[in-house]
Design a protein around this ligand. Structure first.
Ligand code: ADE
Length: 225
């Protein structure tokens, strides 16, 4: 999978993909992440990428030309499955969306800033708009990092234990059950007896019950269907 991220703050995204699972995914050649500085596609001397909004009002808007130049430049070399704009008014990101997108190959992610991007870019180029939650970030970069993390770990061969992503919270619309490691007793709290029993079937049943219980109390909305 190849993800090209268009941003005015490439430095902000240098680190998140160079650790742990995503680092391994890159080293194994399963994931390629490229950071593209939008300012490199500005035609003005000052490398301007934003301007005042028509109709007045506070806040700048990201201009059409640099974004259009950048996307056209990228599209010369390859085709993209989706051109994604990270924005609080996009579709709410969830595990199902990530599962579906993880089957695709090439993405552009456009990170917004200021008041957002000129609407015509959305009309002309953007094929998917994604929000990571009902709150407003100061830019799309951290949202893009979350997107890459969530999708990167789903790529076959990225996780050591091939099956482990299948048991994540949300994979079956259930939250994960509680987990424990050594010691058997910490302060006055004991690991549930069943987990020490070695009885795989019973352990799986217990985990499923716990997952259901947790989902009922914490996220009943997930059980609606
Ligand atoms: N940019 C600003 N806020 C955002 C959000 N909640 N999700 C995605 N991109 C954003």
């Amino acid at each position: 999978m190849r993800i090209d991220i268009i941003t005015v703050l490439p430095d902000l995204l240098e680190s998140p993909f160079n650790h742990s699972i995503l680092k391994r995914a890159k080293e194994k050649g399963l994931l390629e992440v490229n950071l593209i500085n939008l300012r490199d596609f500005s035609t003005s001397k000052q490398k301007q990428v934003d301007d005042y909004q028509y109709g007045g009002g506070a806040g700048m808007v990201m201009m059409c030309e640099p974004i259009s130049n950048c996307i056209e430049h990228l599209k010369k070399d390859r085709s993209y499955d989706e051109i994604i704009y990270m924005t609080p008014d996009g579709e709410l990101m969830n595990q199902k969306m990530m599962n579906t997108l993880s089957l695709k190959g090439n993405f552009i992610i456009l990170c917004g800033h200021y008041k957002g991007i000129d609407e015509r870019i959305r009309q002309l180029y953007i094929t998917k708009e994604i929000s990571i939650g009902d709150y407003v970030l100061s830019g799309g970069e951290l949202a893009a990092a979350i997107f890459v993390d969530a999708i990167g770990r789903l790529l076959p061969g990225v996780l050591n234990d091939e099956t482990s992503a299948l048991f994540d919270s949300f994979q079956d619309d259930l939250l994960s059950p509680p987990v424990y490691t050594r010691p058997e007793t910490f302060k006055y709290l004991k690991v549930p007896e069943i987990l020490l029993s070695g009885h795989e079937k019973k352990i799986n049943e217990w985990r499923h019950e716990q997952a259901l219980e947790r989902t009922k109390t914490r996220r009943p909305d997930l059980l609606k269907d």
